[in-house]
Design a protein around this ligand. Structure first.
Ligand code: PBG
Length: 327
């Protein structure tokens, strides 16, 4: 009988040695919490498909933002839910629209203690639920939408946002937004480009969160889940157009994309652990089928290991708190 001399298990024996050789750590400073604020609410309202996530009132949003800062999260990504929608999504461009008002509120509350970001997309504001303006025959009109994004970006920057997140997957959106910001004197506002965003069924619970009216799908502008090289092309374009950071979305089903993007560019790479990823874990945990906290941290560690430096996750505040308590 011969026994092995090389024993990897030596480095797994105690928590202390495992900690010593751990290759990946999730730092609260790299977590970004998405938050929803709904126009007209006086009390926060739960979202049934996202247990633990709320549609905030303006007041509860401010408090939640302050708590997120206390927990040490790196950023807050704001989404607005208007009381009224129209064909053109004008509530998103209006300085008095809910998202722009919420940006002012949150920036007023937290200042520069965390990075305040905003979703730059029309789908929350359009009556048809698409991310852009429609042609008379119902197609999403790329270039007309770009003009709206430019105006929306400036409105968000005027409200004080630090980072805009164009998420509509229109061709040329990053360049148009960058130029509009610069022309309006907002060259210090950064662009987090949703560069590789897939037409994913994992966004299901988000539709409830923003009360989206979308019928049909977004396959004419978001990416086919079958494609990886297409993501590299999208990322390359966005970096050339001036993206300060690029994002892959969703996260866990697309870790190969995260890794490939990480290898391809030198700007920070973000990944968005989307509503359906969160909801699946919460649902399984509620049934007692998995250990909720361990799965939460395992998914975040895996996304980090694949190469995402920044992670958007609905668990950000809780995970940040947990991570600070770990030995
Ligand atoms: C677009 C946007 C969406 C999400 C983030 N930004 C919805 C979509 O593209 O259909 C989804 C996030 C999630 O599912 O958690 N405004």
């Amino acid at each position: 009988m011969s026994y092995p001399e090389i024993r990897p298990r030596r480095l797994r024996r105690t928590a202390a040695v495992r900690r010593l050789v751990s290759e990946t750590r999730v730092d609260p400073a790299e977590l970004v919490v998405p938050m929803f604020v709904r126009e007209g609410l006086t009390e926060p309202r739960p979202i049934s498909s996202l247990p633990g996530v709320l549609q905030h009132s303006r007041d509860s949003l401010r408090k939640a933002a302050a708590e997120a800062v206390q927990a040490g999260v790196g950023g807050i990504m704001l989404f607005g839910v208007p009381a009224q929608r129209d064909e053109r999504g004008s509530g998103g461009l209006d300085p008095a629209g809910i998202l722009n008002v919420a940006i002012r509120d949150v920036v007023g509350e937290v200042g520069d203690a965390t990075v305040v970001m905003s979703d730059l997309c029309l789908d929350e504001f359009t009556s048809h639920g698409h991310c852009g303006l429609l042609t008379p025959d119902g197609a999403v009109d790329n270039d007309a939408t770009l003009a709206a994004y430019a105006e929306m970006a400036v409105a968000q920057a005027n409200a004080g946002v630090g980072v805009v997140g164009p998420s509509g997957m229109m061709d040329g959106q990053v360049g148009v937004v960058r130029r509009a910001l610069d022309a309006a004197g907002h060259s210090d506002v950064a662009v987090l480009a949703y560069a590789a965003k897939y037409a994913s069924a994992f966004y299901g619970p988000f539709r409830e969160a923003v009360e989206s009216a979308l019928e049909g799908d977004r396959r004419t502008y978001q990416q086919d889940p079958a494609n990886l090289r297409e993501s590299l092309r999208e990322v390359e374009l966005d970096v050339a157009e001036g993206a300060d950071m690029v994002m892959v979305k969703p996260a866990l089903p697309y870790l190969d994309v995260v890794a490939a993007v990480r290898a391809a560019v030198n700007v920070p790479v973000a990944a968005y652990q989307v509503s359906g990823e969160y909801a699946m874990v919460e649902a399984a945990a509620a049934n007692g089928w998995i250990d909720r906290e361990r799965v939460m941290l395992e998914t975040l560690t895996s996304i980090r290991r694949a190469g995402a430096q920044v992670i958007l996750t609905y668990w950000a505040v809780e995970a940040a708190t947990l991570l600070r308590q770990l030995p």
